[in-house]
Design a protein around this ligand. Structure first.
Ligand code: PHE
Length: 329
């Protein structure tokens, strides 16, 4: 083997190593320049061809050209490899692993009053009661007069009414819905009406805005026994199957007879609400014949029920919006 041939082979070997050693497209470009660039070793070799005999020049020229082509081929193969690798890396870095659990946004939960209200509504709708709503700004007629409380009636004072311009009031109870439902309609009726009510009263046990749920049933054979049965089933649904109720004689202008009901809570009796048989005057005001139709009504505080159900210390806890409390119930 001539010295020239081994020089070409040596160059080929060193070029192959340099190409294999290049770890980036940039390094590869530099390696290529060292051999094929204007000042590269292969180019230098080509320039020496002119010094050779014509016979030798052809054979050697061919060998150098083959080397050149082989280096080009290796460079482009290596380039493709390096670029492919760079792409794999960037794909790996930006990879979206759709099997990873997501970041869960805190969803919060329903306010205790809403929870209790929904539970109450679920109970009554399961018994075939409809759900009715009335406005919070109400006429004197619907809130008082039609409920057998004429202007001079002392019961109006007990209700600590907020008056609104134009003779309207903020409804003091959900009993206004009784009048709205009966007016212009014919019995039978069976509905509940949960909602906000307002009284000018602020103390640890009272808030000027609170929630009541009204229950109402009119048919042609409704008795006080039906009322007690419904209330017992209701109380036991809410507070447990052993829950006891107590009925105390009381007075409401729109029921006769009327009772206050207490619900048993441990060793205590809690005032829960009022109830009674619908007063004939109320039916008459709504053009319903009390000789044919009769029924019961009741109304209780939703907030107070929530308070005891969740063991909260005071009513205001329900309205403060303190997240530490809301997270617990
Ligand atoms: N509306 C009465 C109150 O707010 C409760 C009640 C409702 C009483 C229905 C009897 C019948 O105190």
């Amino acid at each position: 083997m001539s010295a020239e041939t081994s020089e070409i082979q040596e160059l080929g070997r060193s070029a192959r190593q340099a190409i294999a050693a290049a770890q980036s497209p940039q390094a590869l470009t530099e390696a290529r320049a060292r051999y094929l660039g204007r000042k590269g070793s292969v180019s230098a070799l080509l320039r020496t061809l002119g010094e050779l005999d014509p016979a030798e020049r052809a054979a050697r020229g061919q060998a150098v050209n083959q080397l050149k082509q082989s280096i080009e081929a290796q460079v482009s193969e290596r380039r493709a490899e390096l670029e492919g690798r760079a792409q794999d890396r960037s794909l790996a870095e930006t990879r979206l692993d759709i099997s990873l659990p997501g970041t869960v946004a805190p969803a919060g939960h329903l306010h205790p009053i809403t929870q209790v209200t929904r539970d109450m509504v679920a109970f009554f709708t399961s018994m075939g009661f409809a759900v009715e709503e009335g406005p919070e700004v109400e006429t004197d007629w619907n809130n008082f007069e039609a409920l057998n409380m004429p202007p001079e009636h002392p019961a109006r004072d007990e209700q600590d009414t907020f008056y609104v311009e134009g003779g309207h009031v903020l409804r003091t109870h959900t009993s206004n819905v009784q009048i709205r439902v009966m007016t212009g309609r014919k019995p039978p009726f069976r509905f509940i009406a949960p909602g906000r009510v307002y009284r000018h009263d602020l103390s640890p046990k009272h808030s000027p805005m609170f929630h009541q749920i009204e229950g109402f049933m009119v048919d042609d054979r409704v008795t006080f026994g039906d009322l007690k049965g419904v209330l017992y089933a209701f109380a036991r649904h809410l507070m447990g199957s052993e829950t006891e109720l107590r009925f105390r004689a009381n007075h409401f202008p729109f029921t006769e007879p009327s009772a206050e009901m207490d619900i048993r809570w441990g060793d205590e009796w809690l005032e829960w609400g009022g109830c009674g048989m619908i007063h004939p005057h109320v039916l008459e005001r709504c053009e319903i014949d009390p000789e044919v139709w009769q029924g019961f009504a009741f109304g209780m505080g939703i907030d107070r029920t929530a308070l005891h159900r969740y063991g909260l210390p005071a009513l205001r806890v329900l309205f403060d919006g303190d997240v530490r409390v809301l997270e617990q119930v």
